[in-house]
Design a protein around this ligand. Structure first.
Ligand code: ADP
Ligand code: ZN
Ligand code: ZN
Length: 793
């Protein structure tokens, strides 16, 4: 259970001098043991008797005071329990193993001898030196023996009596310097028994001949280093350390910047060297070379002795992306990825803390990386939804990045071809400095987008087909010349739902009020919200009619129809059904890049950031998915998705075209996306936001009240509604009303939306509601509060 408030504990004598703010401790709580983070160490006696701390988990704080302050800001701003916020900010338990080993230096030996002659036995310094006379010892062993070891060791080290080594680096070179190890296949084993890990690594290496950087491999093959080690022992591959390139000079020659890139770079450079907080919005069309600007800005940051943090959307952190940065910055790069296991994350975390890695690339939670002397945070694709955490604490990584940078005197660069309305609005108001890259690299043309009106297509062909004749022709054209096609179908599964032709019944999930999606490969219907699965019935569950109908199209069906329409073409699919691990994602993408496939069909996964020069045709199979959703961001999201998808075409030397199939050709999101006209879209959308008092013109929170029984959910949301009635000045409350998905995972849901002209007022209101919920002793999960919601569904 996440706890909301701070508690006071007493420190047993052995811990008194070792516990610092930011360390994790184990404490008794009721009849249980909990892990907590120390916020403050003081000697004011509390009013109630305090219990003793049981155990200290970290000898050194895992959270610096600044990060604790950031956590407190998050807890307050997003109305989330501080305990839960801090837990999300620290690496997983047991991660920071202090792998330090102490050895006596020569002067230490001398000192030991002299000291030992007449010193008191209970002096810990003497005890430690005496122990170390026999052999080197680890810090953890010494601290177990001597309560004050940490402090004493520090002072002995300062006096030159001790040498410290990192035991992990000693014992396990593979881990410590994973970024610099290359592995190479010696021979392909034709037979033999291999463990699952080993087989997976072998399969990958077979598909990707050549030498590999181990850190990159770890991004896609589970337990790559373990497997690599055991395979090396079996003589199947070799692992060698790469020569260190040192801190000087780039490893891969950078592109020389074009004038727009140069101008943007200079502004960022001036910001970074000034050492003052500042936020830039780098708005560059797709293919304008934003990454190169990032890399130059990072170089500049390192040059002034500060660290840089690059945040990327979850799906975009591929080895191809990481590889570019390894090539440029070598072993100064650390990667933080949710696909890493505890030990790998701990290792990266350690390299960041010690300052060994001054360039950190991470997804959302990477914003908490303990980068030394942080000078620059880059948020790539800042509009991406994956920056918003969809569970408590519901923080936005981009916004936390800005708050953190402000506290550390760092600069922020938000990069995107399609900035969020909020960011662009902040740039218009001068809060951020706008930097523009209006052209593609080498003046390559933007792709030409053509709208295909599927209503006309139907009238002319009298067929409800997935592909228009135009799209079919265009694909044939690519196949003939060996160019590649990407097809966006932003819904997975085979058909979107199953209905009865006789009575109209749609088959719904038993836990949620949503229809089940048919997945043909598994011959099952699946709930995309809770994963409930069911076999397809042979008759309607309501009227027993046998006329069951499959309605709507998903990526699985698109793939199948491509096979039927183009029997000899090689088709790959990328969606959450084909990608169950990191590895498959990159494998499919890499094979497509290497032209093992002619076509790639997929969900929004294929729209993000990929740079594949041979793609000259992008087909958007159905631009309308998502347009009708009851969500004020529906248009923005559609515009961004379509623009980004279109931007995959013609990135290389060959020009590209985009065919956009829709039945809403006049919708402004579709129209402006087809023109790749961000300014036009922004102008229209900002009017709507202003008129409706949606963000950025209000501070907004979405409240969802949940309960197993409908009457409970209804009653509770009614009580909250009363509390908000009448609404305070300049606050608007919508609801309570049934949520867009009224039943989810077996809970009934009611929704309230609060829009407030003042952020402070909103925050006060939310705190009132939380107090009310606590006073009434509602379940802690009964009220979900989402501040700055990214979706209302
Ligand atoms: P964006 O992220 O803006 O869509 P990228 O950063 O992926 O664009 O850059 C597109 C391509 O242009 C990449 O292959 C990159 O290596 C190349 N590139 C970037 N800057 C230059 C430059 N100044 N000259 C030539 N090529 C460049
Ligand atoms: Zn029926
Ligand atoms: Zn469900």
């Amino acid at each position: 259970m996440p706890l909301d408030q701070a508690f006071t504990y007493s420190l047993p004598a052995t811990l008194r001098h070792r516990v610092q703010p930011g360390c994790r401790i184990t404490v008794p709580f009721g009849s249980r043991k909990l892990t907590g983070v120390v916020l403050r160490v003081h000697d004011q006696p509390p009013d109630v008797p305090a219990r003793d701390v049981m155990k200290l988990l970290d000898e050194e704080p895992v959270l610096e005071p600044r990060m604790i302050a950031l956590g407190e800001w998050i807890a307050a701003y997003y109305c989330a329990p501080l305990g839960e916020v801090l837990r999300g900010m620290t690496p997983l338990s047991g991660e920071i193993r202090k792998g330090k080993v102490y050895t006596l230096t020569d002067s230490g030996r001398d000192a030991a001898r002299q000291l030992l002659l007449g010193a008191a036995d209970d002096d810990p310094a003497v005890g430690i030196l005496r122990l170390l006379e026999s052999r080197p010892m680890s810090a953890s062993y010494l601290t177990k023996k001597f309560a004050t070891a940490a402090r004493v060791l520090k002072s002995l080290e300062k006096r030159g009596f001790l040498e410290v080594e990192d035991v992990e680096a000693e014992r396990d070179p593979l881990r410590a310097s994973s970024a610099r190890l290359r592995i190479e296949m010696e021979r392909y084993p034709d037979s033999g028994k291999f463990l699952k890990n080993e087989r997976e690594l072998l399969a990958y290496l077979e598909l990707h001949p050549g030498s590999h950087n181990l850190a990159e491999l770890e991004l896609q093959v589970v337990k790559a280093s373990e497997a690599a080690r055991s395979l090396a022992r079996k003589g199947v591959l070799t692992i060698r350390t790469e020569l260190s390139h040192g801190a000087a000079g780039p490893i891969r020659a950078p592109h020389s910047l074009n004038p727009h890139q140069q101008q943007a770079f200079e502004c960022i450079r001036d910001g970074v060297t000034s050492g003052l907080f500042k936020t830039f919005l780098l708005q560059g069309v797709t293919g304008s070379g934003k990454t190169e600007v990032y890399m130059r800005a990072i170089e500049e940051t390192l040059a002034v002795g500060r660290g840089a943090l690059l945040l990327v959307p979850e799906i975009a952190l591929t080895p191809a992306v990481a590889g570019q940065f390894f090539d440029r910055f070598g072993d100064r790069v650390a990667i933080l990825h949710s696909a890493f296991n505890d030990a790998e994350r701990a290792e990266q975390w350690r390299r960041i803390r010690t300052g060994a890695a001054g360039v950190v690339i991470g997804t959302r939670s990477g914003v908490f990386a303990p980068v030394r002397n942080l000078g620059l945070i880059l948020v790539d694709e800042e509009h991406d939804q994956s920056y918003k955490q969809q569970e408590t604490p519901r923080y936005h990584g981009r916004d936390v990045a800005i708050v953190r940078a402000q506290a550390e005197g760092a600069c922020v660069v938000l990069g995107s071809a399609t900035p969020s309305l909020e960011s662009r609005y902040n740039a218009e108001r001068g809060k951020y400095q706008l930097l523009e890259l209006p052209e593609r690299i080498e003046k390559r043309p933007m792709p030409e987008v053509e709208i295909v009106d599927m209503r006309h297509e139907f009238l002319e062909t009298r067929k409800q087909s997935t592909f228009s004749r135009k799209l079919v022709d265009a694909i044939h054209g690519r196949l003939e010349v060996g160019e590649q096609t990407m097809l966006l179908m932003n819904r997975r599964g085979f058909s979107s739902f199953i209905a009865c032709r006789a009575c109209g019944e749609r088959i719904e999930c038993v836990n949620c009020s949503v229809t089940l999606t048919y997945h043909r490969r598994d011959r099952r219907m699946l709930c995309h919200y809770c994963n409930y699965a069911e076999r397809v019935p042979s008759a309607c569950p309501k009227c027993a009619s046998e006329y069951i109908q499959f309605i709507g199209t998903g990526s699985e069906r698109v793939e199948e129809e491509l096979h039927r329409e183009f029997p000899t073409a090689r088709v790959a699919r990328l969606d959450r059904d084909t990608v169950t691990g990191k590895r498959q994602f990159e494998t499919i993408l890499q094979q497509f890049r290497e032209r093992s496939f002619d076509m790639l069909v997929g969900t929004q996964m294929i729209a993000k950031g990929h740079d594949i020069p041979n793609v000259t045709l992008v087909g958007i199979v159905n631009a309308d998915i998502g347009l009708g959703l009851p969500d004020f961001r529906a248009a923005e999201r559609t515009f961004q998705l379509l623009t980004q998808a279109a931007g995959r075409a013609g990135r290389g030397e060959l020009p590209g075209i985009v065919l956009l199939q829709t039945i809403n050709p006049d919708h402004y999101a579709v129209r402006y996306a087809s023109e790749q006209n961000y300014a036009g879209f922004y102008g229209k959308e900002i009017q709507f936001r202003r008129a409706m008092r949606y963000p950025p013109f209000s501070a907004m929170a979405n409240l969802v009240v949940r309960a197993a029984k409908q009457e409970d959910a209804l009653r509770m949301s009614g009580e909250l509604g009363l509390l908000l009635n009448p609404a305070p000045e300049n606050v608007r409350v919508l609801g309570p009303a049934e949520a867009a998905v009224p039943r989810l995972k077996d809970e009934f849901r009611y929704q309230l939306l609060i829009k407030s002209a003042s952020r402070k007022r909103l925050n006060e209101l939310l705190n009132e509601l939380r107090r009310f919920v606590i006073d009434r002793k509602w379940q802690s999960t009964a009220l979900m509060i989402d501040v700055d919601p990214i979706t209302l569904l």
